[in-house]
Design a protein around this ligand. Structure first.
Ligand code: 6PG
Length: 239
């Protein structure tokens, strides 16, 4: 696990965009394509804005996925995919088929089965997906993607994608669809992005003792097959 702390959210967006671009260049050079899973929530949106506007990414070789979605239509303000795409802007040169969405207007069960089926098609029957990079956010309750504390989905060992009932303690109170822990942990690299003081207690516990924190915080159960990186602003990291 490695850690980078930057001054504020502007620096965090720049550092995240640079990390994503560096991983993309490396993956395309090695394998001819870059598979990246975007995080929902507000923290990564500035980084998406930096990437979308320019030529930092080799768009024609990028395949962009979403780690979790709220079950709402794509044009609903709470749609993770809608928010991410609005921040990215229409990336010039990205083939339309390289943006497979989670269809939030379906029921959570149907949307999860549909997304899993399409992911399995993309990865040609591999036992688990192979992501070059998975971006993740962090909730003040220790959730990541839509993996909330205490939920049975945390024990999922077979499915790549699972439906999740609406969290009562976290807004928006909407049912979700999420990648499961094994489908995240198969990644070559996971990059957590966390900003703001509300995240600090969880961040400090996870970085201090991830094994102990894993009892309470789903984010602490993320251990990428390759590297797990944390990128924090000063407010989230504290002193
Ligand atoms: C979701 C997100 C979630 C998010 C964190 C952090 O669907 O709610 O995927 O995991 O990343 O809640 O959100 P913020 O960046 O808005 O704090």
């Amino acid at each position: 696990m490695s850690l980078q702390v930057v001054a504020d959210t502007v620096a965090l967006a720049r550092a995240a965009a640079a990390e994503i671009a560096g991983r993309a260049a490396q993956a395309v050079a090695q394998r001819g394509r870059f598979t990246v899973v975007l995080a929902g929530g507000s923290t990564p949106l500035q980084a998406y804005g930096l990437l979308g506007g320019g030529n930092m990414l080799p768009w024609e070789h990028c395949h962009i996925f979403m780690g979790d979605e709220r079950c709402v239509p794509f044009d609903h303000p709470a749609s993770n995919w809608g928010q991410a795409l609005a921040a990215l802007g229409p990336p010039a040169g990205l083939p339309k088929d390289n943006l497979p969405r989670i269809i939030g207007k379906l029921s959570p069960q149907e949307a999860a089965s549909d997304y899993e089926w399409r992911l399995k098609g993309f990865f040609h029957g591999a036992p688990w997906p192979f992501w070059d990079l998975v971006l993740l956010g962090l909730g003040s309750d220790g959730h990541t993607a839509s993996l909330f504390p205490g939920r049975p989905v945390l024990e999922e060992r077979e499915r790549w994608v699972a439906p999740v009932a609406a969290p009562a303690h976290m807004e928006p109170h909407l049912p979700r669809v999420t990648l499961t822990l094994p489908a995240i942990n198969s990644a070559a690299c996971v990059l957590f992005l966390a900003a703001g003081q509300s995240k600090r207690p969880v961040v400090l516990r996870i970085l201090d003792d991830p094994q102990a924190a894993a009892r309470d915080y789903p984010a602490a159960r993320v251990r990428a097959a390759g590297e797990t990186l944390w990128l924090l602003d000063q407010a989230a990291a504290g002193d």
